[in-house]
Design a binder for this molecule. Sequence first.
Ligand code: PGA
Length: 241
Amino acid sequence: MRIIVVDNYEEMSKRAALMVASQVTLKPDSVLGLATGDTPSGMYKELIKLYNKKEVDFKEVRTFNLDEYYGLNPENSQSYYKYMMNNLFNSINISTKNINMPDGMAKDVDDFCSLYEKKIKTLGGIDMQVLGIGGNGHIGFNEPNINFEAQTHLVNLDEQTIEANSRFFKSIEYVPVKAISMGIKTIMNSKKIILLANGLNKAEAIEKAVKGKINPSIPASILQLHNDVTIIIDKEAASLL
Ligand code: PGA
C-alpha cells in the first residue's frame, strides 16, 4: 500500500484527479470503477477542470459504478445515477453507452448482478477503481462482516451507514435499507485501486484498514492484500497512523 498524506481535501482531490487523468492518458479506453459520496466529489470537480483545459479526454473511457441504492429510481435526486450525472458525466465527453451503473430498479437482481460482472470481465476488467471508505470501514456498500468472496450482489445496509447517509434525505426513514454493490472480489480484481479519505471521522477506519488485522469486520482491511493500492488521505484522516 502506498500512503500519500496531504494537507487538506482540496489537495486530496487534485492528487486523485491527476492519477485518474494519467490513467486515461496512458490508456484512453480505460475501464474506470467509480465511487459516489462526499469524498470523491472534489476529485470529479478537478477532473472536469482538466477536461475543460483539454488535458484529459473521456471519449473512449468506460465506467462502472460501485453501488446504487436498491429501490430508488434513477431519477430520484438521491440516486447515485443522479449523483454521477450531476457531479461528472454531464460535464465531460463520456459516451452514454460507456456508462454502467447498478440498476436500483432491477426486477431480477441476481440476473442483473451476474450480467454486471460479466460485462466488467468482457471489457477486460477494471483498470482503476476509486474508493471512499465508510466510518465503519466499508468499501462500496460492503458492510462489516461481508463475505470477502462476494461479487456484485444485493446488500443490507448497516445501521451506521443508514445513519451517516440520512444527511442526504428528508429524514432517516427515507434512506433505502438495501443496495446493489460490487463485491469485495470485484473490487480486489481491479488492476489499480485508489482509496480516498478525509476528516477525523475517517481516522479510525483508516487506521484499522491499514494497520489492523485483515478481517471482514473492517472490509477495507482486505486491501492490504492487493498489490497496487494508493491511499490518498488528508492529515486528519491520517491522524491515527
Ligand atoms: P462519504 O462516504 O464519501 O460520503 O463520506 C464514503 C463511503 O461511505 O464509502
